[in-house]
Design a protein around this ligand. Structure first.
Ligand code: RP5
Length: 162
């Protein structure tokens, strides 16, 4: 089995439909990943253990999604030197604004790279992780450029009348 390079972590099973957008991008770019439910509030010991072991296990970045009082990305960042990309999951009560503000306003010295709310943010977190890894991986750089070119080619010049 290929060792995962990216850890996709989320606070709840209910976050998976959002975070799957990150997994789909990583699959398309042939980057090995793992997915874990690691809640800052419900499984704090699991979260600490995961963050403490992440770099030593060979992971290169974490994509962390949570909703509401979304402390997971920040707490992971407090316990690992790996880059943490935070995805605010769209919450029912406040449509993800709570998640966004919980993740983005980190204190100086403990950064979380915060993406957009929802699936677009999850997909972009994966693309950003891929871009970081591509700086030292020529094969991945080529795959990422091909993915971007295909996206560009898929955009019609004119709207369809349908
Ligand atoms: C957060 O609470 C999770 O990240 C999730 O977005 C939110 C709601 O969780 P569930 O009540 O659906 O398990 O910890």
């Amino acid at each position: 089995m290929t060792r995962p390079l990216i850890g996709i972590v989320m606070g709840s099973q209910s976050d998976w439909p959002t975070m799957k957008a990150a997994a789909d991008i990583l699959d398309a770019l042939d980057i090995a990943w793992e997915a874990k439910i690691v809640s800052a509030h419900r499984t704090p010991d699991r979260m600490f253990a995961y963050a403490e072991a992440a770099a030593g296990r060979g992971l290169r970045a974490l994509v962390a999604g949570a909703g509401g009082a979304a402390h997971l990305p920040g707490m992971l960042a407090a316990k690992t030197r790996l880059p943490v990309l935070g995805v605010p999951v769209q919450s029912r009560a406040l449509s993800g604004l709570d998640s966004l503000l919980s993740i983005v306003q980190m204190p100086r010295g403990v950064p979380v790279g915060t993406l957009a709310i929802g699936e677009a943010g999850a997909a972009n977190a994966a693309l950003l992780a891929a871009a970081m890894l591509a700086t030292t991986d020529d094969g991945l750089a080529a795959r990422l450029e091909a993915w971007r070119a295909a996206q560009t080619d898929a955009i019609a010049e004119e709207p369809s009348s349908d």
